[in-house]
Design a binder for this molecule. Structure first.
Ligand SMILES: Cc1cc2nc3c(=O)[nH]c(=O)nc-3n(C[C@H](O)[C@H](O)[C@H](O)COP(=O)(O)OP(=O)(O)OC[C@H]3O[C@@H](n4cnc5c(N)ncnc54)[C@H](O)[C@@H]3O)c2cc1C
Ligand code: FES
Length: 282
């Protein structure tokens, strides 16, 4: 067999990227735009995949892509500061260097969803890994049936990506609902958890693919509501989070029962995880 013209990249060796823009989205949530020093060295990403981002001297964490897959040279990541590495990432200013490995993982089932209604259910920061899928759904609108986006956050201040939400909500060919757990007087929208919106939406459950991302408890309730509405377990896709080290299926840190979240996911059909999600200790 002839040798490949270019050697495959070492998935364990980070490339260097520079922060080109930093945007404050919500309390403790920032979006970074990164430009790799060698853009040709990166494979294209698909909606739902993630990169391993390194803050040199601090550590490395998995972070999903949150940008538009059409714009492959602009790597966009939306990060909540919850600990040392995510906190250090959100503090990086334009010009700062970041280590980057990826893209990794199995993303959202965009091809399987073609010709079907698509129900997207996002909780909190879960909208970030779903945003590339939403960009794709709206860019290729004619390929899909109904599009329903249901998004819930704790309070109006926590709403991410307002510009896109307003644009998508203004469309006549999609149903977009935003709800908050707790509202103040100035909020005139929905109040209550996002899963309560599911029975109020119109879609054909026999011809629907659902994409769900958010805290695990929210995903459990979303699955129950979608299945009550008649969506099959095979057609409900979740993005799972587990601690990661290698991101390529070597180290076992992300093991969840028989699957490795980094290599076999992070997006899985619920039918594949059903027994595992019932076991709280996993
Ligand atoms: C596939 C994948 C995609 C991810 N995408 C994103 C993303 O797009 N944006 C983003 O902000 N994060 C994302 N995460 C989560 C992110 O990787 C973690 O928040 C990060 O690893 C925390 O590392 P740390 O060193 O900052 O904090 P740690 O010291 O590891 O954690 C600090 C505290 O936060 C808690 N914690 C850790 N992870 C989470 C979490 N996910 N949610 C809530 N609490 C947590 C820990 O239990 C601990 O109490 C993703 C994770 C995975 C596996
Ligand atoms: S992070 Fe090493 S096997 Fe998944």
């Amino acid at each position: 067999m002839a040798a490949p013209e270019t050697a495959p990249l070492d998935p364990m060796a980070p490339l260097v990227a520079r922060v080109t823009r930093r945007h404050h989205d919500a309390p403790e949530v920032f979006t970074l735009e990164l430009e790799p020093e060698d853009p040709g060295a990166l494979a294209p990403f698909a909606p739902g995949q993630f990169n391993m981002l390194t803050v040199f001297g601090v550590g490395e964490v998995p972070i999903s892509f949150s940008g538009d897959p059409v714009d492959q040279n602009r790597l966009v990541h939306t990060i909540r500061a919850v600990g040392p590495v995510s906190g250090a990432l959100t503090e990086l200013e334009p010009g700062a260097a970041v280590g980057l490995r990826g893209p990794f993982g199995v993303g959202w089932p965009m091809a399987e969803a073609e010709g079907k209604d698509v129900v997207v259910v996002a909780g909190g920061l879960g909208l970030a890994p779903l945003r590339p899928a939403l960009y794709r759904l709206f860019a290729e609108r004619e390929r899909y049936g109904k599009i329903v986006l249901l998004y819930g956050t704790r309070s109006p201040d926590d709403i991410l990506f307002r510009r896109e939400l307003e644009a998508w909500r203004g469309r006549l060919d999609a149903e977009v609902e935003v709800t908050v757990d707790h509202a103040m007087a100035a909020w005139h929208g929905n109040v209550g958890v996002v899963t309560t919106l599911i029975p109020r939406c119109s879609f054909d459950p026999a011809q629907t693919v659902a994409l769900v991302c958010g805290p695990e408890v929210m995903m459990r309730f979303a699955i129950a509501a979608l299945m009550d509405a008649g969506v099959a377990a095979d057609d409900i896709y979740l993005s799972m989070e587990r601690n990661m080290k290698c991101a390529v299926g070597f180290c076992g840190h992300c093991q969840f029962g028989p699957v490795f979240v980094c290599r076999d996911g992070p997006v899985f059909p619920y039918a594949r995880l059903r027994g595992l999600l019932a076991l709280k200790e996993l």
